[in-house]
Design a binder for this molecule. Sequence first.
Ligand code: SF4
Length: 358
Amino acid sequence: MENELEVSHILQTWYKTNKRMLPWRESSDPYIIWISEIILQQTRVVQGMDYFLRFTGRFPDVASLASAEEDEVLKYWQGLGYYSRARNLHAAAKEIMEKFGGVFPEKHKDILSLKGIGDYTAAAIVSFVWNKPYPVVDGNVFRVLARLFAMDVPIDTTQGKKQFTELAGIVMDPKQAGQHNQAIMEFGALQCVPQNPDCEVCPLKERCMAYASGTVQDLPVKQNKTKTRARYFHYLYIIYRGQTWLSRRGKKDIWEGLYEFPLIETEKPMDFAGLQETEAFRKLFTGAGRLNISSDMAEVKHVLSHQVLYTTFYRVEIEKIPEALNSYLAVPYEDIERYAVPRLIHIYLEKLNGNLSE
Ligand code: SF4
């Protein structure tokens, strides 16, 4: 126990000198803490700040939020996504007016009964505002605890959540619950970051079991039942006098740096008639003259770790080179194989070559 509290004291000392100055940290108003926590559940601090200031500027307290029209609440939320959270905030503000006489409830169980408030938000509010000993467990806390105690139980399982919540309670200094909770969350956000934390400067280095065993990058563990995302790719193999066009894929998506044919991605499955109607298609082929189109490989399913690609390849012969192709790389057929392409395109090219040699 003594040892665990030492961890809390180190975290709190670190927090005093390293914490970011954020407007909601200056407040002991449960309403303000509540709004900030809901906004921060879905966005990073930097982006969330503007939303927080705008939202609390227009709805500075429970009464103003409760009496607003839902449309206006959603307008102030626009861009943050997860609109059900805004609706829940609005509904909970009304509940506070009706059931608690407009005063934000202080009891943990009453707060938990409000619409859209779960364990994490309730613990944050009661500990930050009233210093009640409820541990917060968010993604940052999972990571810090998993590494400090080299816990490899998956954090996205019922058992994992239970064990981590228990551990978070043991590590927390009950007399300084609010400060401890803020400290461990901030420590996860700034020091014990997901990728390549600078362990050499970490005040918990000597006590960190993951650091000692060289498993920092392996923790926390996730069971990873992440939903896969379906994407619809339409590749255009454009042909004109022995050459075609490629472009290089950019950052922050699959296949960074690989080459591909001009691509139109659609939100939904789309046949060629629909594709022709898209703005992207029109832009690409304005000035190309008559198009001679055939589909070589339709709806090929390609499974990646968190994505399933449904891809159709179209061969498009053009009469003239449209201006839009100036931003692509013109490549003679025989040179295509010099470019690194995703496996999916490689299969298509093989098929094309097979057809040509038949
Ligand atoms: S030593 Fe590294 S992994 Fe361990 S708590 Fe510190 S920053 Fe996190």
